[in-house]
Design a protein around this ligand. Sequence first.
Ligand SMILES: [Fe+2]
Length: 397
Amino acid sequence: MAAIETAPLPLPPSADLSKFVDFGREVKGVNPGTLTPEQFKEIERLLYKHSALLFRNVDLTPEQQYALTKAFDPTAENYGHGNNKTEGTKKSILHPDLKTIPRQPQVQLIGNGTVYNHEGLAEAKLKHPSHTTFHKTRVSEEDEAKGITRFYRWHIDAALYDLSPPKVTTLYGIEVPQGPRQVCRYDDGTGEELEVPLGTTAFVSGKTMFAILPPELKSLAVRSKVKYAPHPYVWMAPARAKPTGLGIESDSLELPLSELPPWEESKIKVLPLLWKNPVTGDLHFEVHPCGALELLVDPLPEGAKREGALHPDGAHITDLQTVRDLLYKMQRPAIAPSLVYPHDWHEKDLVLFHNRGVLHSVVGAFKSDQVRAFHQCNLAASDDPVGPDADDVKKWA
Ligand SMILES: [Fe+2]
């Protein structure tokens, strides 16, 4: 049996190398579609340690992709948003982006342009999501023509209602159109921008997101939980995002909770801001900012220093603007250009990412004749993520 070899990911010149020591590995010497149980154990360990794994030049059927994804959570069965539905409603903002492979409904066909005779789909019209339909403001058509673009939406792959966030997402590039690089503009007054390959998937580390916070925000993060809206993708559908794609502008456009499809309080997700890595024990800042509704902050533990602490006696923050401002303050530093890994897709690339350890975003814009076809799979998990333990709280609060 050939040994599994790893190499660093090809980082762009924009990357701060000191922040990518552990992040990402290319894996060589194994076929991810036919791993032995021993090989899988090693891949699993590598994934949780490095957050993202790249396999090049892979042949992978939808069945193999499903089996590989399921191996990370053997009792998980259904796609991360439920099989054959995005919350059972066409009102969801995810609805147009997902097409199911008929014989393996946990695997989605995503991409751009029209794909014919694809794995049992006679014709699939795909549309690469664009910031122009999601952000409050947009890059002018003139600038878009020059190759200026934006991050679409920073997120975790998760229904955030009823179902638990998938542990792993697998993304397999089948058709990858080549084209000129683009410039991703933040448009938030910082002047920051990032040069990216056309149609990149951008990743940031949730571990770094926590690690770079000042002590008072670390203390807040380690004591806090976020309550998500019921049917968050329906709730947020009329609202519009910030220019960085990191959360929603507070213009009171969300659907009133009374106008959502039927929902139950017991299915609402309340999750810690920090998720504990099952292999390293590290804390990863994992919040899908668009779906956040409220913050629940625990008081400081006994003996903690109160000086400078935010909400030392705990808090239940229900004002949406305040919730979003706090989350943005904690998350925005980690999407700085030097902390983003924009993957440069080649055909037959397979990327596995620790969905509970990173945030990611679609980037860029294709023309309608640029055909892109990817298979994506993730599974609603068998459990919810684990938050900080008592020692973590003592250390960081
Ligand atoms: Fe995603």
